[in-house]
Design a protein around this ligand. Structure first.
Ligand SMILES: [Zn+2]
Length: 109
């Protein structure tokens, strides 16, 4: 695939690295634009599925068909100024856990 055929990133998406604050290309010509999505398991759904599985003699596949609630849900989809995107230089992307870059009030609130 040629470079011109790849999806473009607009100039307004570029900013200093969210990990180290350095210019995005300081570690090389490649960088990462991530859209992390945090998820949580619905414990009520777990209990429901467990009960249904027992009802169907341990068959979790059938239990899943009768479950009324999804097993998990997502939240915290846009912690970075509403974009939900983390921009990382190559070095930070390879060395820092993504969850450590999420603002604390969002990650634990
Ligand atoms: Zn960095």
């Amino acid at each position: 695939m040629q470079l011109d055929e790849l999806p473009a990133i607009t100039d307004d998406q570029l900013r200093p690295c969210d990990g180290c604050g350095c210019k995005i290309l300081h570690a090389g010509p490649t960088f990462w634009l991530l859209r992390p999505v945090r998820a949580v398991v619905d414990l009520a759904s777990c209990r429901e599925r467990f009960g249904l599985a027992m009802l169907f003699h341990g068959n979790e596949v059938i239990a899943r068909q009768f479950a009324a609630r999804p097993l998990a849900r997502t939240f915290d989809q846009a912690p970075f100024g509403g974009t939900g995107e983390i921009l990382l230089c190559e070095h930070c992307a390879c060395t820092r856990p993504v969850a450590s870059l999420i603002p604390v009030e969002t990650a634990h609130g």
